[in-house]
Design a protein around this ligand. Structure first.
Ligand code: CU
Length: 291
């Protein structure tokens, strides 16, 4: 008698857990990896005998990752899941911050390409353009909010995850390790700044800076829409007169917060050992001056 009862309880709570997992709480979930067909089966009427179909061998894994307030960093740079698992990941964006973030799992070496491809999607499209390189992603989470995604773990290996909000991916990243028997060699963690090794500063500005500062430097790039404060217009002669080359140089490399400015201006740590490129960027910023 008591044994039957406890069995029913276990089954009941399993159903609750499955239902809770499928429903989520942020209301605005998107994501190609969302469709978890097996979950639909849990709606079988309670009169049916236990598990009419042998359930697929799915291990469910719950992951929680945070964006640290006012920084462009995840609070975990490594996540591990078993091969074949169904992964439910919740991203929470810490409260005092002002930045929006997402979590995008990508194929190794495609970080920059995925971030660039996501730009035209804009904030409404979560800065993600679905494609073969995007394995799973959460929608953007607002400060103090969460967003989530459910997806099937990819084959064993190491996969980069990034925030694809404009300018964040260079530092806002980590690695998802899918543990299991590795048949083929692990994908090499690609050099993070591969395509940027010897770029013309102009190309760098056109790909990285225009996102927020706009093609004419007045601060009207697509990434600026959600920024507060907005990037100032580089055309502002008074600002040009007050800013030293050294300050502009440092702002570019170290980012806004290091210079007492907003975190909306991301650092560019990959340029720290490329002073010539940064000097060229300073010259580009100067060239927008009017009046
Ligand atoms: Cu971010």
């Amino acid at each position: 008698m008591s044994r039957i009862r406890s069995r029913t309880l276990v089954l009941g709570s399993l159903l609750v857990a499955v239902a809770a997992c499928g429903k989520g709480n942020s209301g605005d979930r998107v994501g190609p990896a969302q469709a978890s067909a097996p979950l639909a089966n849990s709606a079988t009427p309670p009169t049916a005998p236990v598990a009419p179909l042998p359930p697929p061998k799915l291990e469910k894994v719950e992951l929680v990752i945070g964006a640290i307030a006012s920084t462009m960093t995840f609070d975990k740079t490594t996540l591990t899941v078993p091969a074949g698992a169904e992964v439910h990941l919740v991203l929470s964006d810490a409260k005092p911050g002002t930045l929006m973030h997402n979590w995008v799992l990508v194929k190794p070496g495609t970080e920059a390409a995925v971030a660039a491809a996501g730009l035209p999607a804009g904030p409404a499209g979560n800065y993600v353009t679905a494609g073969p390189d995007v394995l799973a992603f959460t929608p953007l989470a607002k400060p103090g909010g969460t967003s989530e995604v459910t997806f099937q773990a990819p084959p064993p290996g190491s996969y980069p995850y990034i925030c694809s909000f404009p300018g964040h991916y260079l530092i806002m990243k980590g690695t998802l390790v899918v543990a299991g028997e590795v048949v083929a060699a692990l994908p090499e963690p690609a050099a993070p700044t591969a395509g940027l090794a010897s770029p013309a500063a102009e190309k760098l500005f056109a790909t990285r800076c225009v996102v927020c500062h706009g093609p004419t430097g007045i601060g009207d790039g697509p990434g600026a829409a959600v920024l507060d404060p907005k990037p100032r217009a580089f055309s502002d002669a008074a600002w040009q007169a007050s800013a030293t080359d050294d300050r502009i140089f440092k702002t570019i490399v170290e980012g806004g917060p290091a210079m007492g400015k907003s975190a909306g201006m991301p650092p560019n740590p990959d340029l720290a050992d490329k002073p010539d490129v940064v000097k060229e960027l300073v010259r580009i910023v100067r060239a927008f001056k009017k009046g």
